[in-house]
Design a protein around this ligand. Structure first.
Ligand code: ZN
Length: 287
């Protein structure tokens, strides 16, 4: 079992309220690179067992965590992957995973502030699958073997930008600065009692907005990995935002405002806390 985090851009292991800088723990500088650590995740189990006898780098309470996977090569988002969320949007159930990209530059840490790009910016709490090794034409049965673990994310979405145009293109509306908070840790798969039944929820200013189990997914995580890998090559560190349950702001007619505090939680993984601040609207280039 392990919980991989980043502190000041360096890979570290979380262990009993402390963190252990991986380059120091291993005495091998390459382990300081979070992307190296993800690609060599099999060895993290062993490093984690050594934390009990090692000197911690510091206390988790004293540091601000970055995203556990700071520079993924590819970031996939899956739309309408929970039946109740598909129903609240009035959309038909997709015949295959409805896939878009969040550009990797939107990835942020678990306590990053979110600059709002407009008045229709929305929350979407999601489990995020982290690819651990290169995957191409992977079967559903073997799909878990290709993951380094799971983390939690928010697929922050500017609904106006997301829906502009015919046909609409989701990618930019979901890729503003810090529209992909993730963390607090990349958690190994053996940490979960049931990989297909993980509770997740989010609240805005203390009011619960979403609360569900990943058991409600239409396409479960192994199916997503198998499907995506049948089309594109997946690389270590790639993130798959696996879809959001019901309760988004668009269905409620309410959105994030400057000062809103968005809190997201998932079983075993932990929580994100993101404060919203005023941001900049996209350039108006309409003729
Ligand atoms: Zn989403």
């Amino acid at each position: 079992m392990y919980r991989l985090i980043t502190v000041a851009g360096k890979a570290a292991l979380e262990y009993e309220g402390q963190y252990f800088d991986l380059a120091t723990l291993s005495a091998e500088p390459q382990w300081g690179d979070p992307m190296y650590a993800v690609a060599h995740h099999d060895e993290l189990h062993e490093w984690s067992t050594r934390c009990g006898d090692a000197t911690p780098t510091g206390s988790l309470a004293d540091v601000t965590l970055g995203p556990p996977v700071p520079v993924p090569r590819q970031v996939f988002g899956i739309g309408l992957n929970y039946r109740d969320h598909a129903q609240e949007t009035g959309a038909q159930l997709p015949p295959a995973p409805l896939t878009f990209t969040k550009y990797p530059s939107c990835i942020a840490g678990p306590t990053a502030s979110i600059p709002l790009s407009g008045e229709t910016v929305d929350w979407e709490v999601e489990l995020v699958a982290v690819v651990g090794q290169t995957a191409r034409h992977v079967s559903r049965e073997s799909a878990w073997d290709y993951l380094a673990g799971l983390t939690l994310g928010q697929d922050i979405s500017d609904r106006t930008v997301q829906r502009a145009g015919v046909p609409p293109q989701f990618n930019l509306g979901k890729s503003f600065e810090n529209y992909g908070p993730t963390g607090p840790a990349l958690v190994s798969l053996d940490s979960f009692p049931d990989l297909l039944d993980i509770g997740l929820d989010c609240d805005v200013d203390g009011s619960t907005m979403q609360s569900a189990s990943s058991a409600q997914m239409i396409f479960d995580i192994p199916t997503l990995v198998a499907y995506l890998s049948s089309i594109v090559t997946l690389y270590p560190g790639d993130l798959i935002f696996t879809g959001t349950p019901a309760g988004v702001g668009a269905a409620r007619g309410t959105f994030l405002r400057p000062g809103s505090v968005l809190t997201s939680r998932a079983d075993v993984i932990g929580s994100l806390r993101n404060e919203c601040v005023a941001g900049q609207a996209p350039l108006d280039v309409s003729a």
